[in-house]
Design a protein around this ligand. Structure first.
Ligand code: PLP
Length: 959
């Protein structure tokens, strides 16, 4: 027996599920001798990479974690008083372990299939209720990407709602956080919105303004009474957006009570680690009358087919999938998981607990301010919540030095410092600060007496909150850990996630989110770092960014990346703004036409509209490919004004189009740039690349191809890669200097977006290596073609490549079933009875299903899924033949809940077993939908987007 003492476990064999026997069997089905033979037939020779990916040797999971520990130790976790929208917080252990670190919560998809997503829909409804209650507004959405973009969405909503079309001015308080102002600049520019940045106390509004934005508490910590400002604005028809700190609103009169039209902000400090910038959920609240103009997803209450309480995403007609370039925003992936965490944090602490946290934080700020006054400093804020402000004059350098020696970060702006306290601040921390400040003045610390245990607030009565909040039972019933744990688990149990079965969502690439990739995210060296921490404290993060930039550049064939955009759609927007800046820099200010194929994802036209572009749709041919003649004609016709083409590759039809190089050439010849939507990168990595194909910019959905989990609708990351000529325009940041020569303004609040989850993609690439990544792509294509081979005898597969192969996904045509009354949604709902989440429904073709298996599913899982679809096809045939009733059949009545199946009454033309256990394997995998089919229109007719009052809850419990 020979013993290999160098044996290392190979991560790629964990990530790529099909084993040798699986692969052989699948190749046999496909009539192929090797995987490479399949790839030859699938990916056009003309675009294949000539060289293997040049990436470091793959690391084992163990080796990766130990080397990452080293990198992490280069980050210094200082005590942060920087504030500016990011505060240290304590994630309750029960939420940390059972939500943030739990695949039962982080691997879910966006809750489009409401019946198997009631848990997170409820958690998101809690979040909306939290936001509505604390802001004093009437309606809230289920999260946006960050505070800065939420502010920009608010500005744009005000702009869209303005009655006077000539009003182009938007007042911006100079006391907004600088990163927020920066994003407003980016968003304002394409629409000719004129930002008037100034002092709200001295600026005179008039009818040329359509809106205003102020911050509460302001960026320097001062709490202003804006009542008169808001009143004056309203008399001039100027709407008012307030950026507000949610925790402070437990003590301060909420903006909804003094005239806000929109309130936005971050919920980070509700138990979500700073993570060097994210991810965290932003919120958006407004008045009911504006409900149809709200950006992002809204969860609403409705009923199911049994007239029971049920939840689902409401008013979806606002979204880009339907409204395209007229959508209220381009937001698709948002921050669901983080919103869920913030909501749970409020459930855990309840109104009393939140108030105590706010009072302690405020009390310590008062104590600090008073003590520093005693030590001879002048504190500048008259009314404040958690942030005090001092002008240190020539003492600033000594204070700075002392603070660094004590591992403390303050926020410095010249000689002025702000000190923001938070949930984690203790009296000992205040004592240390006082000691430092006293020492610099040459005073012994014990000479400065700290204020008493009980201090008086500096908030005047007129600004003190009197209204109650979070009275709903959900915020008052789960305060012991057992109750909290069981509440979290009870919701989790209602949701189907990757823990249960494959989620074959075409275009969304629901692959493995390996545990080793996830583990570092909650290490304090990554989690407890403020995004504006000094550069010399974050060398670990810089190492990761530099490596990721290099590796993703190699994978995409581009010169450099921007790691700033927080989702794919934000990447699209960033990339288009970069293209715009490039044209303008060359004097081509008029180039504003974006050509977009009809099959594009809804975010493409929505992003182009946000970038101020005019959209021209390019036709598709019968076979699904882009109509190159139509493209050429439109490019030539608009030669003078062509800005770009937005193209997804392989196409959203699941095909590697042979003509892609010609397509890129046509655009370039006519003065345009090629924007590639990289959502389908999982079919490219290692085989071809956007750069190689001829694109100029591309975003990557790191939450698709590069293993960041979907979190039930976010977080995500959408970095963009660009060719060399576009590098100088990559986005800058207002606080952290990452500028290139001609950078556009920021697109996200934090310089590297949701920095902490970049570690996940870093881990994936490092552990797969170039060969592993390439193999993943090949196996994704193999899995898809195997499913196609099994399914095409039962469902027409729309579109395939020259050799009859699909790329990494395929479209199953269900349109013909309409003839006998079966809709594609009936199939989607019926899949739940078989234990599966539906594939993508009606995108990119209405009435179809788009199936994408990914490389992380083993053959037996693909087979189970195919078996389910085939069995469902037989059920369709039964309806067609008349063997099954047209309206009373397992498809129309799907999904079947346990209550229905076990009820005393059963008067359907098919058995209970057929309803709930339609195939033998289902018993071992049974997942019960918690509600019957949800009624969308009922909920949209009378929109309720907060937890309903107690009485209706009682009704629900008794059903
Ligand atoms: C997912 C997807 C997007 C949007 O990306 P988000 O990260 O959700 O913003 C854009 N285009 C395509 C083709 C997609 O599949």
């Amino acid at each position: 027996m020979s013993l290999n003492i160098h044996y290392k476990e190979d991560f790629k064999d964990r990530h790529i599920a099909p084993n040798t026997a699986d692969v052989d069997a699948m190749l046999h089905t496909l009539g192929l001798g090797s995987v490479d033979e399949l790839i030859e037939q699938t990916v056009p020779q003309t675009i294949r990479l000539k060289q293997p990916l040049n990436l470091p040797q793959a690391k084992s999971e163990k080796d990766y974690l130990s080397s990452l520990k080293q990198t992490a130790s280069l980050n210094k976790v200082f005590k942060s008083y920087i504030g500016q929208g990011y505060y240290d917080t304590t994630t309750p252990g029960v939420i940390l372990r059972n939500v943030m670190e739990n695949p039962g919560w982080y691997t879910q998809y966006t809750p489009y299939q409401a019946e198997i997503a009631q848990g997170r829909l409820q958690a998101l409804l809690n979040f909306q209720t939290l936001v509505i209650d604390l802001t004093g507004m009437e309606i809230a959405n289920a999260s946006l990407l960050d505070e800065g973009t939420a502010a920009a969405e608010a500005m744009f909503m005000q702009f869209s709602l303005r009655k006077n079309q000539a009003a182009k001015k938007f007042f911006v308080s100079e006391l907004l956080f600088p990163q927020t102002i920066d994003i407003l600049k980016t968003r304002a520019n394409p629409f000719g919105i004129e930002l008037v940045i100034g002092d709200h106390q001295t600026t005179t509004l008039n009818e040329e303004f359509f809106g205003a934005i102020i911050q509460y508490p302001a960026g320097n910590g001062e709490v202003f009474d804006y009542t008169a400002f808001a009143q004056n604005a309203h008399t001039l028809n100027v709407k008012v957006t307030v950026v507000a700190d949610l925790l402070s609103l437990t003590l301060l009169t909420p903006p909804g009570e003094w005239g806000a039209d929109i309130v936005v902000g971050t919920t980070q400090r509700f138990g979500v680690p700073m993570g060097f910038g994210g991810p965290h959920a932003a919120y958006f609240a407004t008045k009911d009358e504006y409900k149809r103009s709200i950006p992002g997803r809204i969860i609403g209450v409705t009923i199911d087919s049994n007239n029971n309480y049920a939840l689902r995403m409401a008013l979806q007609t606002r979204e880009q999938h339907i409204r395209r370039d007229k959508a209220t925003s381009n937001i698709c992936t948002a921050q669901a998981l983080l919103a869920i965490m913030a909501g749970f944090y409020a459930v855990y602490h309840g109104p009393k607990g939140l108030k105590l946290i706010a009072e302690r934080t405020h009390g310590l700020a008062v104590t600090l301010a008073e003590s520093l006054e005693k030590a001879g400093y002048t504190q500048l804020n008259k009314v404040y919540f958690d942030t005090i402000q001092l002008d240190l004059g020539n003492l600033v350098d000594s204070i700075h030095r002392e603070c660094i020696d004590n591992e403390i970060n303050l926020n410095y702006k010249g000689s002025v410092v702000t000190i923001a306290l938070d949930e984690t601040t203790a009296i000992e921390d205040v004592q240390l600060l006082v000691k430092i400040f006293a020492k610099v003045k040459g005073i012994a610390a014990d000479a400065v007496e700290l204020a008493d245990e009980i201090v008086a607030t500096v908030i005047p009565t007129s600004l003190q909150r009197t209204s109650a909040y979070l009275g709903h039972p959900v915020f008052n019933a789960h305060h012991s850990e057992h109750e909290m744990l069981r509440y979290i688990k009870s919701l989790e149990a209602k949701d189907l996630s990757l823990c249960h079965s494959m989620i074959a969502l075409g275009s969304c690439t629901m692959k493995l989110n390996a545990t080793t990739e996830m583990i570092p995210v909650t290490w304090p060296e990554f989690g407890r770092i403020h995004p504006f921490a000094p550069a010399d404290q974050v060398a670990g993060y810089y190492t990761i960014f530099n490596e990721l930039d290099k590796w993703l550049s190699e994978i995409t064939g581009f010169a450099a990346m921007s790691l700033q955009p927080n989702a794919g759609a934000q990447g699209e927007y960033a990339g288009l703004m970069v293209i715009r800046a490039y044209h303008q820099d060359r004097g081509d200010h008029h180039r504003n036409i974006a050509l977009i194929p009809s099959s594009a994802h809804g975010t493409n036209p929505a992003s182009a509209a946000m970038a101020g572009m005019k959209i021209i749709i390019v036709k598709s041919l019968e076979n699904g490919n882009i109509d190159v003649d139509d493209l050429r004609a439109k490019a030539e016709e608009n030669k003078e004004n062509l800005s770009c083409l937005m193209v997804t590759y392989p196409s959203t039809h699941g095909v590697f189009e042979e003509s892609i190089i010609d397509i890129c050439n046509i655009i370039h010849e006519n003065g345009g740039q090629v924007y590639m939507d990289g959502a389908n990168m999982n079919a490219q990595v290692g085989l071809t690349s956007p750069g190689n194909i001829g694109a100029d910019v591309c975003h990557l959905n790191l939450h698709k191809t590069f293993c960041i989990p979907h979190g039930g609708g976010g977080p995500g990351m959408g970095p963009i890669g660009v060719a060399k000529h576009l590098v100088p325009y990559l986005p800058a940041h207002a606080v952290v200097d990452i500028s290139k020569e001609k950078s556009i303004h920021a697109v996200s609040s934090a310089p590297w977006g949701s920095a902490s989850i970049l570690v996940i993609s870093h881990a994936y690439i490092a552990m797969m290596g170039g060969e592993g990544l390439t193999s993943a792509t090949k196996h994704a294509i193999l899995n898809a073609n195997y499913m196609k081979a099994r399914l095409e005898q039962h469902y027409p597969v729309l579109y395939s490549g020259a050799n009859g192969r699909c790329a990494h996904e395929m479209i199953l045509d269900c349109r013909a079933f309409k003839n006998f009354g079966i809709e594609v949604v009936d199939i989607a709902k019926r899949l739940m009875d078989y234990g599966f989440h539906a594939p993508t429904v009606s995108f990119p073709v209405a009435g179809t299903l788009m199936v994408e298996p990914t490389e992380s599913e083993p053959k037996h899982e693909l087979d189970r899924f195919c078996d389910a679809l085939i069995a469902i096809r037989k059920e369709v045939t039964a309806v067609e033949n008349g063997d099954s009733d047209k309206t009373d059949n397992p498809l129309k009545n799907a999904p079947h809940t346990a209550t229905v199946v076990t009820g005393d009454e059963w008067n359907h033309g098919y058995s209970r077993q057929t309803a709930a256990f339609p195939l033998p394997y289902v018993a071992a995998y049974k997942f019960w939908p918690s509600v019957g089919r949800v009624n969308d229109s009922f909920g949209d007719r009378s929109l309720v987007c907060a937890c309903p009052p107690i009485e209706s809850y009682m009704e629900e419990e008794t059903v």
